[in-house]
Write a new protein. Sequence first.
Length: 155
Amino acid sequence: MANRSNLAVQCCRCRNKHTEADREPRPHRSISCVSELVCPRCGCTSYYDITPWYAWCWASGLIEMGPTKPGDSPDGAGAIVIARGGKAHLEAVMQAVARHGQGASEGKLLVPGVPEADLIGRDPVDVLREFVDWCAQSNGRRHRHGVVFGTQVEG
Ligand SMILES: [Zn+2]
């Protein structure tokens, strides 16, 4: 199991990747007797959590993220993994490409077009695939920070 010391992190300033245990204590600038953990390369205090995470989608179009894909729901429907990446970057990219739910879905992320696919006579799986293919066109681009879209990214 992951604990604080082997948490994978990336420096916000110099992009150095290391673990929480590699970070070096340094006396805090304004509070005496307190030390803060800094990047071993540049001394910056800010970092991203880059624990490997996945994003998956349910038949309803709901997108969820976490370290492992959940099992099938009680009715037998399974989630489809659509992307992977470091936690902080995956969350940021998903916020940018997904639809933000309104009303009852407030605060949730949805795959555009999937919730209403049935209403317009489209197969939700086709709509999902088009969305993932569209997102995958930017795989490997710098602004994606290693987040990769695809339905074969699991494992
Ligand atoms: Zn750094």
